[in-house]
Design a protein around this ligand. Structure first.
Ligand code: SF4
Length: 286
């Protein structure tokens, strides 16, 4: 298999992403989010390793690919995992994609992305930063080794101010943790002030290992979450909460997004009719 592959989330029937490629410089991620789903298929997922490749190999693969499709970096394993501060891998690979004329969708939970503003501003790039809450204590429980939300917002502001299209992922929404209207409003207001053009949201999709971690991090919610997800539906390899509840949560985000004039999409929910954004992943902003 090549380093750059067609994006295909296990042919997920609810995925609405337009055609694109996927590239991950790392296998595994050091942010160790409790809700992370890569632990179900990446061995030692919380011990990130640099994948073995050279810029020349990337260059060779790019020659065979279709430039009209963007490359998403990364859909699995954050490209700005903490170790990237030392390894500088992204600074090595980004120029290769850009000089070969490929459009890039950068997906991260780290403010480190702003370090590469000088390179990113030379290409056709959209940066998506996940912000699940502004509450530092909740963020620490949810995403223990990711930079604090306020730092991520500062990174968004720096990128937006430089003219790079940005969006946030308010993802996942976990009942009892970050789904109340005040929390959603505060995240979207701060993101809007930082210059995002879009929010894409998604409800928490449980898998056995991430469900255990979520319950350990939020023990008071155990009964409620167990009951809610036991009445949920199975979609692919995940368990979703009941559709009515998912729709309620997604609509809360849409309502605030509309008030703030940010475009809105949901991810793998089956509610694409509610979307106001042209694409869920920001491809249209490239
Ligand atoms: S940043 Fe993404 S890949 Fe990394 S641990 Fe969190 S959810 Fe998993």
């Amino acid at each position: 298999m090549g380093l750059i592959t067609p994006f295909d989330p296990w042919r997920g029937k609810l995925c609405t992403c337009p055609p694109k490629y996927s590239f991950s410089p790392y296998a595994g991620c050091g942010h160790r989010c409790v809700y992370c789903y890569i632990t179900s298929y990446v061995p030692k997922a919380f011990q990130p390793r640099v994948k073995e490749f050279t810029p020349l190999q990337i260059e060779k693969e790019l020659k065979k690919l279709d430039r009209s499709k963007p490359i998403s970096i990364a859909n699995s394993s954050d490209p700005y995992t903490p170790g990237e501060a030392q390894s500088l891998l992204m600074r090595e690979v980004l120029p290769v994609f850009i000089r070969n004329g490929f459009k890039l969708l950068i997906v991260t939970k780290s403010d480190l992305v702003a370090r590469d503003l000088d390179i990113l501003s030379k290409g056709r790039v959209c940066v998506s930063v996940t912000v699940t809450t502004l509450n530092g204590r909740i963020a620490k429980s949810l995403e223990p080794f990711a930079p604090p939300p306020v730092s991520r917002l500062r990174a968004i502001e720096a990128l937006s101010s430089a003219g790079i299209p940005t969006m946030i992922r308010l993802d996942p929404l976990i009942p009892g943790v970050n789904d109340d209207s005040n929390s959603i409003r505060s995240v979207l207001k701060a993101a809007s002030a930082a210059g995002v053009r879009q929010v894409t949201t998604s409800t928490y999709k449980a898998k056995p290992d991430n469900f255990k971690r979520v319950l350990t991090a939020f023990p008071k919610l155990e009964e409620e979450l167990k009951s809610m997800y036991s009445h949920g539906e199975r979609v692919g390899r995940s368990t979703y909460m009941p559709k009515r509840l998912r729709e309620e949560l997604v609509l809360k985000v849409k309502e605030v997004a509309e008030e703030l004039s940010i475009s809105f999409a949901s991810c793998r929910e089956g509610f694409q009719d509610l979307n106001t954004a042209e694409t869920c992943d920001g491809s249209h902003m490239l």
